[in-house]
Design a protein around this ligand. Structure first.
Ligand code: ISE
Length: 343
């Protein structure tokens, strides 16, 4: 295939970053179409890119004959319709999380894609493409930690946008560790409990922060996550896996360690997910573009987490939100994957 012609739908925070990376760093792809619910914003982006047009209706952008593949960075509630349109037109799609905002529609998408017999949907769990996460995964897979048993995670943000509420801590933030736990352990999550400790006095009203998540996997492995999204300090995302033969930690931000101030030492910490995961996003999009270009020969248009992973994460989030309200552990029940041929 010649250069992949990509449509980016949604040019807000993350969509604009994808536009920039496709324009500047990704090989084998170019931007053909952009879309946003604020039409002028899309027009402004398109005006700066040779060969790129703004299309005001997202479904028209997907159907556009000049578009080979789609990046969805639109608000979650619009994903279901847009993903169905991608399947209908046979267009490979990289969809930022969430797959959809409820479990039933997420499962429906899994089934629809399976019926097509082609893997067209990739979900944007970018941490899987980060060098440190990939190294930890490889270490576990090689048996270097023996049987992995426990995972401790911290997910701290300096601040969140206005209107970010307690439920969003589960659906927008914890969702990453849910995917990481499934990725590292290679098992589904079977229960989740959310705990709300004494709140940060600086957190806005309506936001329970910090929160602690306790997850259990199919074979009884334990995962705990501290979520603290109003630290005022930095973007800190750490994961420690403890196994039969030792432990390993990633996300310590240990790059340059400075000892140039008398009586002190230190280094730099990332201010936001853009700096922490920028390279992971580049790798994710490059590998997706490469997979899509190979797709006609392989029938596989993804290289990374797919629709099932998006569905499984949505199911755990749904149970997490229920637990947030009751404080009790909530069981996660997934559909029988083996009964959905091709899922
Ligand atoms: C945001 O949506 C993200 O995906 C970030 O990676 C995460 O750290 C943040 O908490 C979310 O709000």
């Amino acid at each position: 295939m010649t250069e992949l012609r990509v449509a980016v739908l949604g040019v807000g925070l993350i969509g604009a970053q994808h536009v920039d990376r496709i324009e500047r760093r990704i090989k084998g792809a170019r931007l053909a179409v952009v879309n946003d619910y604020v039409t002028e914003k899309a027009e402004q982006v398109a005006a700066g890119i040779v060969g790129c047009r703004a299309v005001s209706d997202p479904l028209d952008a997907i159907a556009d004959p000049d578009v080979d593949a789609v990046v969805l960075a639109t608000p979650g509630p619009t994903h279901e319709k847009q993903l169905l349109a991608c399947l209908e037109h046979g267009k490979p799609v990289l969809c930022e999380k969430p797959l959809t905002t409820d479990v039933a529609t997420a499962l429906e998408l899994v089934k629809r894609e399976a019926e097509l017999g082609r893997k067209l949907i990739q979900v944007g769990f970018m941490r899987r493409f980060d060098d440190e996460y990939a190294a930890l995964r490889a270490m576990i897979a090689a048996g270097e930690l023996g049987e992995p048993l426990v995972m401790h995670c911290a997910h701290r943000n300096p601040a969140v946008p206005q209107g970010f509420n307690s439920e969003m801590v589960v659906r927008d933030s914890l969702v990453h560790e849910i995917d990481v736990a499934r990725f590292m352990f290679g098992e589904e999550i079977t229960s989740i409990q959310m705990v709300k400790p004494a709140p940060n006095p600086a957190a806005p009203g309506g936001l329970a922060d910090p929160q602690i998540a306790i997850l259990r996997t199919g074979t009884g492995k334990h995962v705990d996550v501290e979520l603290f999204v109003t630290t005022g300090i930095a973007y800190e995302v750490r994961t420690e896996v403890v196994g039969e033969k030792g432990s390993a930690t990633i996300g310590l931000d240990v790059n340059l360690v400075r000892k140039s101030v008398p009586g002190a030492w230190g280094g730099a910490i990332t201010p936001s997910f853009k700096e922490r995961f920028g390279r992971a996003f580049d790798t994710e999009i490059q590998r997706w573009v490469d997979a899509v270009r190979r797709g006609p020969g392989t029938g596989v248009y993804v290289d990374g987490p797919g629709a099932w992973d998006g569905y499984a994460a949505a199911a755990v989030c749904e149970a997490g939100v229920e637990s947030l309200n009751t404080g009790l552990p909530v069981a996660v029940t997934l559909a029988d994957r083996d009964s959905i041929k091709g899922a």
